[in-house]
Design a protein around this ligand. Structure first.
Ligand SMILES: [Zn+2]
Length: 152
């Protein structure tokens, strides 16, 4: 897992450029769990050279963005109606794997969709998991994250 670079200017109001994917990361297996390299999988979405075709792919790319600390992508893939002003990425969080448990709609033929997933992490030596059902919508043609509810 790539370490999040330190950002001394995190309180700055100026927009920050997207984290530049490194060549070594591009060739590494994608963090989202699909059998592809990062450069061919979520890296294309993070670089905005391609748009996620389904709600599930957007969900996976957001997980990868959390894992690499790509806050600009997390914000741009968030529905404007529910988007926070910033995402507080916890530098102690190490994302350890994503499991897609269920999806509804969210394909090329839909305008809404849900993805239920479990994301494992370690934080200061403690293992945990985020189990959430996320809602997605198309906004100006592109899939965006709306909100999520925790699943018990
Ligand atoms: Zn991926």
């Amino acid at each position: 897992m790539a370490r999040r670079p330190t950002r001394p200017t995190r309180n700055s109001a100026a927009p920050r450029p997207a984290a530049a994917p490194r060549a070594s990361r591009d060739a590494s297996p994608c963090l989202c769990g699909l059998p592809a390299s990062y450069g061919e999988c979520c890296g294309r979405f993070h670089a905005t050279t391609a748009a996620a075709p389904t709600a599930e792919r957007l969900m996976r790319s957001r997980y990868s963005a959390f894992a690499v600390g790509n806050e600009p992508y997390l914000l741009s893939s968030w529905h404007p109606a529910t988007r926070p002003t910033r995402v507080d990425l916890d530098p102690a969080m190490r994302w350890a794997g994503l499991e897609i448990l269920a999806t509804t709609e969210g394909s090329a033929f839909h305008t809404t969709g849900t993805v239920t997933f479990r994301a494992r992490y370690t934080r200061r030596g403690e293992e945990g998991a985020l189990h959430e059902r996320s809602r997605f919508e198309r906004h100006e043609g592109a899939w965006v994250y709306v909100d999520g509810t925790f699943v018990e």
